[in-house]
Design a protein around this ligand. Sequence first.
Ligand SMILES: Cc1ncc(COP(=O)(O)OP(=O)(O)O)c(N)n1
Ligand SMILES: Cc1ncsc1CCOP(=O)(O)O
Ligand SMILES: [Mg+2]
Length: 557
Amino acid sequence: MWGEGSSLNIAVSLSVPQGFRQPKGLSLLLVNSRINRNKQTRIFMEMQGNESPTTSYQSTINIPHVLTVAGSDSGAGAGIQADLKACAARGVYCSTVITAVTAQNTVGVQGVNVVPEDFVAEQMKSVLSDMHVDVVKTGMLPSIGIVKILHQHLREYPVRALVVDPVMVSTSGDVLAGPSVLAGFREELLPMADIITPNLKEASALLDGVKIKTVSDMRSAAKLLHDMGARNVLVKGGDLPDSLDAVDIFFDGEHLYELRSSRIKTHNTHGTGCTLASCIAAELAKGASMLEAVKVAKCFVETALDYSKEIFIGNGPQGPFDHLMKLKSNAHNSGRQVRFNPSDLFLYAVTDSGMNRRWGHSISDAVKAAVQGGATIVQLREKDIETRDFVEAAKSCLQICRANGVPLLINDRIDVALACDADGVHIGQSDMPARTARALLGPEKIIGVSCKTPEQAEQAWIAGADYIGCGGVYPTNTKANNLTVGLDGLKTVCLASKLPVVAIGGIKVSNARPVMEIGVPNLKGVAVVSAIFDSECVLTETRKLHAVLMEATAAVK
Ligand SMILES: Cc1ncc(COP(=O)(O)OP(=O)(O)O)c(N)n1
Ligand SMILES: Cc1ncsc1CCOP(=O)(O)O
Ligand SMILES: [Mg+2]
């Protein structure tokens, strides 16, 4: 149902009368648009041309849509309520088929009332026969009959992807689906699932009680579940004993990925599984690849957990977290499709207003030349510019960068990054903490942090950064009082860092090669200011540096 590179689900269909052919000189004109009751944007178009009369036709754009088939949680931390909030936070429409109503709070599950099977079927038909659903996500499926109904409906109304969260036991330990449902999962749902997201207990139950106690066990479990028919498997290691990190294993049938992040110390974890699966579904509905969807979903959950550490709802041991309160991400509106690719760090161009003034270059002309010369990422480091001018310059640079598929980051200024919807920020040890920047920017934006020591690199990773900048590798005049760490210091930080690294400080055509050749796989490139911007022809200097980096990488391989 789902494949890498599936396109975004914006379909514009134009219905014209049978036998209609567009006459010469006739054009389509968008004259009006509005959202109707069925969440479709209706676009009214008119045919205009020499010939009269003018004819009106209608066209539709579908909004990404997830259907969740799950149980209701009266405490609203998990189940249908979590799914609705997760989809809303990710900017996706969510319809619901309720399979059971639970009386539940932060203490546990006090009661379960299973919805009659024929009424589950009726809800499913109502939604699927009327609305365009991109992705179906399943949660609590309390009976084998309901599993079968779901199976039948998915055959009758195929969707682009099926995300199966095999809910069996609540976080409080209450059983939500008995052993008979297990057979249904194995026989009916796994072979249809584009991804299945079991926790350790669920993975073990699906595999006839096999013990899963280590990351290596998780890897084997992911492979076995894949063999049972699921196209992709995410085994969640939240319950892994003695693990300081949150480790999940993702297997796409070919590659195993170990997705690691720091474990967030909080009791407010009720509903994380439902939220994660719904976020994956939402990202798939928007057109992301499976791995990208999983990574964004994991980052979203971590950020929400971190910012809900202090909230207090209910008196039980496991509270809900807040999907929306402090996550003000507008990233789903962003023009970039891909979040962050470490290879973007290859030739990292950092602007400097003083240098541009000296050579009579505008910021956008300098950025354009750098991008044309081969820069793979751009950072606007404008230390002495009015905020208003900064935002304007950033907007025009963003257009240039977007047109060339190059990410644009803002140095220091999270407000400017938000104002122009830049792709991310670069922050130093005395700038805003990376964790706070992440909460403000949301899970999709790129965050880079300057680090000179292994400890700082560890902290950057814990805080949710995407890469680190390490330097000054060589002495520099561009940044005052900057400690030089040298090639050895760079290597030490790279070896300690779980994140990709870009080297910075005094790097130019004549000395870039030894940097690229330090022989550490996570050193992904060099960041330069004066080497390219302190020159009359930014294009030529960038090209020269690009050639040196290419040679150095070819020699290393
Ligand atoms: C890629 C990259 N690495 C390091 C820095 C330095 O950032 P910071 O330490 O915050 O210093 P300023 O650049 O703000 O003076 C960077 N900008 N980019
Ligand atoms: C911003 C920064 N951070 C560490 S060194 C440095 C300046 C790099 O500039 P240049 O490439 O001109 O040496
Ligand atoms: Mg800074």
